[in-house]
Design a protein around this ligand. Structure first.
Ligand code: NAG
Ligand code: NAG
Ligand code: NAG
Ligand code: NAG
Ligand code: NAG
Ligand code: NAG
Ligand code: NAG
Ligand code: NAG
Ligand code: NAG
Ligand code: NAG
Length: 502
């Protein structure tokens, strides 16, 4: 496999090129280059052979994939004979390492809730005496020694064995009322309420393995499409964990050639016969470059996790990565289900098209753009290994080479809860004036809009249990005649409504 290295500069169509200030970009590229070089050292070349010498498949347990669910009057799901799953039923197992914890703990602090979330960060060794411990991060455990296990992936790290066993060590703690074991990395950020919404749909008394693939097809081809990627996080129901821990140690030796802990777990689950149930909100984020296009066109599914923040540009180009994630979380906290949900609206009098990715960005086109185009992620990002423009496990569209076809971009500026179950989010025009310099022909500066105010009802999480449908919105003129502030109102769609121009 080719190891040719590409940098951001090799990709002429990079949206952020026009949006990111040169200083920030220089720093990002520098740190990315270092990180990428390190990553290359560990994932350089790989065997595509995923077949193993197992012939004795005659006694696979029966698959249990039926849901036993009832809808109550409010549309929420209750599993027969059980109270609805809540955060207390989840036991997190976070893969950490003492040496990187002081940096990575900042990501964990963004989602960990003292006395609410349960779980541990699992370390490779005892923390250094100078490390302090606060309630803002999970308590730690030190993993058992794993030197007795086989590990023979020459380009990988033995730590995969230790990390694969976290689910077993978590199970063996024997903590009460655990329905789900959720594994993640120390640079995974979970969106707890949405994680609960997703898990509550499934009967925890059956054997479930829930998560998501890598976004980069090259990764899925090499590592597997059938596994839930560990950095995006995955959930294993209690009964499945109970089966898994019985055979896990043997699997670790059998799948000694596998690179990662997540792949070893999947190898083992395939012996039990339980496939991954894919949920679109888990994000491994095996991408390089700017995640903007992906986050501006999130699928219609609750945002469950994000990962790999140190490997791509800041989510908000004007902020450090940690401040960016904090900003995204501030929107999430006001309306957890709505974060990153897209709505499209048009003003047919002025031929305006607007795409809102709630809590993150507004893309404004002073011309008509089809819904199909608005829902397709713009390729501001590249693949994980080859830094190529694709393929990904979803469709992308190239950044238009015609500057005038690109949107005017607005980024989240403020979030408020305004009572009556409503929110108001403000999005500020990014790189005001730059469009003119880059493309006088488009005359985007003629568009006076500098701010989008978006009001929305809080998104009822019960909607996730119904047939998915993108919500509608309307452009309402600002109070000032100059239209420097455009007001957008998001609402549920009417029965036969569509955004089709008449
Ligand atoms: C249904 O919703 C109403 C009001 O929103 C609430 O009072 C009630 O407790 C809910 N019932 C259930 C079973 O969740
Ligand atoms: C979660 O559900 C359990 C019942 O299984 C209940 O006792 C507990 O109070 C709930 N916790 C939260 C945080 O809602
Ligand atoms: C992490 O947060 C601490 C304060 O809580 C700060 O001192 C440190 O610089 C942060 N580290 C990074 C890498 O952002
Ligand atoms: C968590 O619980 C402990 C013990 O009950 C208590 O001392 C502590 O103040 C609590 N922390 C928070 C943030 O609620
Ligand atoms: C803490 O101790 C470790 C090893 O003992 C050392 O490498 C590290 O620099 C120390 N950190 C601080 C902040 O003193
Ligand atoms: C909007 O677009 C239609 C057709 O594309 C065109 O006929 C009309 O003049 C445009 N209106 C404005 C205000 O630009
Ligand atoms: C970037 O952030 C700085 C400091 O918060 C602010 O002054 C500046 O206006 C921001 N730039 C853009 C383009 O939003
Ligand atoms: C750009 O728009 C402004 C304001 O509408 C107008 O005065 C100016 O002539 C336009 N420039 C071009 C190059 O079209
Ligand atoms: C907003 O104002 C424009 C003119 O500035 C007008 O054509 C349009 O109909 C107005 N739209 C609404 C929804 O009031
Ligand atoms: C838009 O939002 C800002 C900030 O919340 C607020 O100050 C302003 O009054 C709003 N404008 C309109 C027209 O609603």
């Amino acid at each position: 496999m080719s190891c040719t290295r590409k940098t951001l500069h090799d990709h002429p169509f990079n949206l952020w090129k026009f949006l990111v200030s040169p200083t920030i970009k220089a720093i990002d590229v520098f740190s990315l280059t270092i990180q990428f070089t390190l990553a290359l050292c560990s994932v350089t070349s790989i065997s595509l052979i995923l077949y193993f010498a197992f012939s004795n498949y005659s006694h696979l347990p029966q698959l249990h994939i039926n849901r036993v669910t009832n809808f109550n009057q409010n549309g929420s799901v209750s599993i027969e004979g059980h109270e609805q799953t809540n955060i207390s039923h989840i036991l997190f197992g976070i893969a950490g390492s003492v040496k990187s914890w002081n940096k990575r703990r900042n990501y964990t602090e963004l989602w960990w809730k003292p006395n609410v979330t349960r779980g541990f960060v699992w370390f490779d060794e005892k923390p250094f005496p100078n490390m302090t411990w606060t309630e803002t991060v999970p308590p730690y455990k030190v993993s058992e020694d794993t030197s007795r296990f086989k590990y023979s992936c020459w380009y990988g790290s033995r730590s995969a064995v230790r990390i694969a066993r976290i689910v077993k060590e978590s199970f063996q703690l024997g903590l009460p009322n655990v329905r789900w074991f959720v594994m993640g990395d120390d640079d995974t950020v979970f969106f707890n309420d949405n994680l609960v919404s997703v898990l509550a749909k499934y009967d925890h008394n059956q054997m479930y393995y829930i998560g998501g693939n890598s976004e980069s097809v090259e990764q899925d081809v090499i590592h597997s499409y059938t596994m839930a990627y560990g950095g995006g996080g995955f959930a294993i129901s209690y009964p499945l964990a109970a089966e898994l821990v019985k055979i896990l140690d043997g699997c670790i030796d059998r799948y000694d050639k596998f690179y990662g802990s997540d792949q070893k777990i999947q190898g083992c689950l395939s012996e039990i016969g339980v496939p991954v149930t894919k949920e679109l909100g888990f994000h491994q984020l095996d991408i390089r470059g700017s995640p903007y296009g992906l986050l501006a066109a999130h699928p219609l599914a609750p945002l469950v996790s994000l990962h790999h923040f140190d490997y791509f540009e800041s989510i908000f180009p004007n902020l450090t990565q940690i401040d960016s994630v904090e900003k995204l979380v501030s929107g999430y906290e006001v309306d957890p289900s709505r974060i990153l949900q897209q709505s499209f609206c048009y003003d047919l009098n002025r031929n305006w098209s607007v795409s809102v990715s709630w809590g993150y960005t507004v893309q404004f086109y002073p011309f008509l753009v089809t819904a199909k185009k608005l829902e397709t992620a713009v390729g501001t990002f590249q693949t994980w290994r080859s830094w190529d423009t694709g393929p990904f496990t979803f469709n992308t569209q190239p950044i238009s080479s015609d500057m005038c076809e690109r949107p005017v971009v607005f980024m989240l500026d403020r979030v408020e809860s305004v009572g009556g179950g409503k929110t108001l989010t403000g999005y500020k025009r990014y790189n005001m004036g730059k469009e003119e310099k880059d493309c006088p022909r488009c005359n985007y500066t003629a568009v006076a809009v500098q701010f989008f105010n978006v009001s929305a009802p809080k998104f009822n999480p019960d909607l996730w249990n119904k047939a998915p449908r993108r919500q509608c919105c309307e452009i309402i003129n600002g109070t000032d005649g100059a239209d420097t502030v455009v007001h957008v109102q998001i609402r549920g769609c009417k029965r036969f409504e569509s955004v089709t121009p008449q």
